[in-house]
Design a protein around this ligand. Structure first.
Ligand SMILES: Nc1ncnc2c1ncn2[C@@H]1O[C@H](COP(=O)(O)OP(=O)(O)O)[C@@H](O)[C@H]1O
Ligand SMILES: [Mg+2]
Length: 317
């Protein structure tokens, strides 16, 4: 995977091409205008009398804030936020509604600040590119706001395209077993192949890429996202070795079309892949006071530990 392929998969590159087939969105790459120039910002620091503590007022971005609010309104009041490539999927646990559904700028800031996926976009977008010696392309960061849409995870699929051929399709939420996929395997695979050949094939800047789709309850297929063809993109129920080797998957593609994989039974159900990004539930409950009983247990435990150590001390004396 080359750096240029990563550049091509930015939202602002693919969205205009496939606008008709994806969720309505707004993206803003303009430099953020602040009312405070740098020198003004310095004046905002108020020195206290003893000169040991300073208080700085948080920077404000009124123009940016009103642009975002306008966009949220025009998208129906709640949005799904992203940066150039990623959404803060690993941070939904921190939001009050435990979801990526945002209706204000502070909702978006909280998710972005808590997300390793967003940090990846900001700090190492070209990780694992094969042309590491070439200079990094200049990236203009963009805040993407998409109309909030309740997507049923069982309707999401990831499609792998190599040399402009759809070679493989994987259930996206592979940790769960969905009976309807098992029942409608042929129908789903065909709908995705038709969508690919009618709207996607030969229309993108690259011949290798990965696209995500959603098949709604009426059977209509929508484009959700475009990703680079390489290890930065999760290969889900395939392995990157299989997808790139030109072996069995490529042979099958030639003979009978793309390989279609989905979770076939409850037995294989696994924990959600984003779970490892969370802090322990107990920690959240304790810090928010959500679970009073847990807090009481915790305090009792602390008290008994304290008593024990006091006892130990007194026996030592
Ligand atoms: N507009 C939306 N409204 C609600 N949920 C969405 C929306 N777009 C995507 N999602 C959900 O978020 C997941 C991740 O979205 P995606 O755009 O692929 O981000 P990423 O590239 O960071 O994985 C999708 O699988 C889908 O379940
Ligand atoms: Mg993606």
């Amino acid at each position: 995977m080359k750096k240029e392929q990563v550049v091509n998969c930015q939202f602002s590159v693919w969205y205009p091409i496939f606008k008709k087939h994806t969720i309505k969105s707004d993206h803003n790459t303009q430099p953020i205008q602040t009312t405070n120039s740098d020198s003004d910002a310095e004046e905002d620091v108020q020195w206290s009398d003893d000169e040991t503590t300073t208080t700085a007022t948080a920077p404000e971005f009124p123009e940016f804030t009103s642009k975002v609010l306008e966009a949220i309104n025009s998208l129906g009041g709640s949005v799904f936020p992203k940066l150039n490539w990623s959404a803060p999927r690993d941070a939904n646990w921190i939001a009050l509604n435990s979801s990526l559904q945002c209706s204000s700028l502070s909702d978006i800031f909280l998710l972005f600040k808590s997300s390793d996926f967003i940090a990846h976009d900001l700090t190492q977008p070209f990780l694992r590119c094969s042309d590491q010696d070439s200079p990094d392309p200049v990236i203009k960061y963009e805040l993407v706001l998409r109309k909030w849409s309740e997507l049923i995870p069982g309707g999401e699929f990831r499609c792998f395209v190599k040399e402009n051929k759809l070679i493989a399709i994987s259930q996206r939420d592979y940790t769960q077993f969905y009976h309807h996929i098992l029942k409608q395997e042929e129908l789903i695979s065909q709908a995705i192949q038709d969508f690919f050949s009618q709207h996607i094939q030969y229309n993108f800047l690259d011949e290798d890429f990965v696209f995500d789709v959603y098949r709604d309850c009426q059977g209509r297929v929508w484009l959700i996202d475009l990703n680079a063809f390489g290890e930065v993109t999760d290969s889900l129920l395939f392995s990157w070795d299989e997808l790139t080797s030109g072996g069995e998957i490529a042979r099958q593609q030639q003979q009978e079309g793309p390989a279609f994989r989905y979770t076939t039974s409850e037995v294989t159900v696994q924990p959600s892949p984003c779970l490892s990004y969370r802090i322990p539930r107990d920690f959240v409950d304790l810090s928010t006071g959500e679970d009073a009983y847990k807090l009481i247990d915790f305090l009792k435990l602390k008290k008994s530990q304290q008593e024990e150590s006091e006892e130990e001390e007194s026996t030592l004396q």
